[in-house]
Write a protein that binds this ligand. Sequence first.
Ligand code: HEM
Length: 487
Amino acid sequence: MAWLSLSPPELLFFICCIHLFIYYFRYFVSSKHKQPTVPVCWPVVGMMPALIFNIHDLHAWATGILQVTGCNFFFSGGWFPGMKLFGTCDPLNIQHIFTSNFKNYPKGEEFTDIFDIVLGDGIFNSDGDVWRTQRVKMQQLITHSCFHAYVAKSSRDKVEKALLPFLAHAAKQGHAIDLQDVCLRFTFDIATKLVFGVDPNSLSIGLPTVPFARAMDDAMASVLFRHAMPVVIWKLLQKLNLGTEKKLANARKVIDRFVEETIEKRRAEKKETKQIEYCPDLLSSYIDDSETGQVDKFFWLLMQNPHVEEKILGELKSVPKSFTSDGMAIFNPEELTKLVYLHAALSEALRLYPPVPFEHKGVVKDDMLPSGFLATPGVKILISTYSMARMEGVWGKDCSEFKPERWISDNGKLKYEPSYKFLSFNTGPRTCLGKNMAFTQMKAAVAAVVYNFYFEVVEGHVITPKISIILQMKNGLMVKVKQRNVV
Ligand code: HEM
């Protein structure tokens, strides 16, 4: 037989192809519409074929597995080094990893390697003393009252001068717009102004091309591939400047160019930055991380749940407001802090659609997790924030529903949920430092938009996830904008 004359590497390749073929057949032909199952662990390639075939819908796939395995799952990458993954969304494990035994679970060298090209050596990408020093510095900046006032004012200004006029124009024209793109531009402009003191005005009628945004998309997709690929493979691609690594290298050039040009612009303008100093840490961890551009999912949830929109509107009616020259209502961020239902609805949207859908931790030395899994050095721990929201054992039978009410207690006040359960802003010593600021920005945008407009999803528009480390919609969110007249 011809295959008997194959050399060992050829034989290995042949066996891999047969495995992939069988898997492909099982996945696409026989197991369509089946309940989620634990992936098959093949000789040599382990569970890699399953990962490759599901990468387009990674978070839903991982959720299915974690639902059937009870929140914990060990993924074997076969012979590939560095592909021993432990996936978890078990609150007890999370509390242990992020808080009780924090020191044993740094982000680790592999994380630094994976994110190096996007995050450099900023706060997001460092561990130990380097991280601690940056965190202290950043905390001083973010908790300063001037900083809060600056964020509140800049969010209000952007809503009044860019977001509302843009939507009013879209409503008048009657064209469909991509609401995800609008939200990303809104966040991008605020973040750039905050960090550099320069507003790129990417959210303006005509929607100018933003090469930086495209570059960030490419970078986020390539970084996800780095997570899913054995280290040796992506490092080889990087050396040869091929595939996703080529995309990533090009994206990095665009990002660097944008940062250099913006700093130059700032210098040229010679503006006095009284409220906030130029801060390179803030730059790398905030601008490079487009997590706040997430209110698009919120608006999508509102379109699916008009009763929630009604309740938010009801709450907004009682809030003092001012009016733009076009007669559109605008709110003061301080007034919005008191609104319980709006806060609950935003928390609920962030629970179901956390902008950072998974976290990554390394292991320093052997340690038994509360679930009974022995974590050893070399195992990569992936914590699925996205899956956590969909576990009945954690959030109850209605976990997959959008229900702001779950955040409100019987006395009408906001209910406390521990952060190892509501992981969207992380938990433990590395908790997000910008949580309050993010709520201020989201409320400023949502309140003004909901009060003045409503949206209808364009018929036939398909919502599918984008391959990225940030939760985003592949085809955007195409909507028609309608002006609302509140009585
Ligand atoms: C909806 C908006 C936001 C969400 C969902 C969010 C979520 C997160 C998450 C999940 C982390 C942990 C990341 C990791 O360790 O891998 C994080 C960290 C961080 N976030 Fe946010 N964030 C948001 C907005 C902001 C804003 C507006 C700022 C403002 C500057 C900010 C500043 C930070 C910083 C500095 C860290 C690093 C903390 C550390 O490692 O010690 N975040 N955030």
